[in-house]
Design a protein around this ligand. Structure first.
Ligand code: HEC
Length: 166
C-alpha cells in the first residue's frame, strides 16, 4: 500500500469510529433495569460525578432530603419546555452532617415521553445496596413520585424534578 492509501485507510478508520460514538458520560443515566449488581456498580463508580453538580452538600431548599448535593446529566440540563427529554436524569446524594462520603443516592430518570408518573423511574442506593427501583406509577417509586409531583413549573422545577443544575 502506498503512503497515500495508508493515509486514506487511517482516515476511514477515523471516520468509522466517529460514526458510532460512545454515548457521553454526561448524557448517561443510572441503570433503569432494576438490576441490583449493575446499579450498585454504577454508583460505586459515582459516574454522575462527570455531570454538572452542586459545588458542595447543603441543606435541602425544600424539605424532602437532608444535607444534599444534586447532579444533573446534560439531557436534563438541555431539556426545554414543561416536560423533560427521555434520558434526563438527576442524582441527589446525602452525606451525614460532617461526613464527606455520601451514604445514600436517590435518582430519577425520564424513561418515556409525555407527562405523568409512569414516564419517570425512581431508585435509591443506600449504603452501597439497591434499596428500591421502580417506575413512578407503582410502589415503591410511587411514594417518590407523589412528593415530586408537587413541583411547580419554574425555571428549575418542572416535570417531577425540583431542581436541575443549570
Ligand atoms: C417529601 C417529599 C419528597 C419525597 C418523598 C422524595 N423527594 Fe426527592 N426531592 C424532594 C425535594 C424537595 C427535592 C429538592 C431538594 C433540593 O434541591 O434542595 C428533591 C430532590 C430529589 C432529586 C434531585 C432532582 C430534583 O428533583 O430536584 C432526586 C433525584 C430525588 N429527589 C429522588 C427521590 C427519590 C428516588 C425518592 C424516593 C425514594 C424521593 N426523591 C422522595 C422531595 C422529596
Amino acid at each position: 500500500m502506498n503512503p497515500r492509501n495508508v493515509a486514506c485507510a487511517l482516515l476511514f478508520l477515523g471516520c468509522a469510529s466517529t460514526a458510532t460514538p460512545a454515548p457521553s458520560v454526561r448524557d448517561e443515566h443510572p441503570p433503569v433495569s432494576g438490576d441490583a449488581a449493575i446499579t450498585e456498580a454504577w454508583f460505586a463508580e459515582a459516574r454522575h460525578h462527570a455531570w454538572e453538580c452542586d459545588a458542595q452538600a447543603h441543606e435541602s431548599i425544600i424539605p424532602g432530603h437532608k444535607n444534599v448535593r444534586t447532579c444533573s446529566n446534560d439531557v436534563a440540563r438541555n431539556s426545554r419546555g414543561s416536560v423533560m427529554t427521555v434520558g434526563a436524569a438527576n442524582v441527589i446524594e446525602q452525606t451525614r452532617l460532617g461526613g464527606i462520603a455520601p451514604w445514600r443516592y436517590d435518582f430519577s430518570v425520564k424513561i418515556a415521553a409525555g407527562e405523568g408518573r409512569a414516564t419517570w423511574f425512581f431508585g435509591s442506593v443506600v449504603e452501597g445496596k439497591l434499596a428500591q427501583a421502580s417506575r413512578g406509577d407503582v410502589p415503591p417509586g410511587y411514594n417518590c413520585a407523589a412528593c415530586h409531583e408537587s413541583t411547580v413549573p419554574t425555571a428549575i422545577a418542572r416535570d417531577y424534578v425540583f431542581r436541575t443544575i443549570p
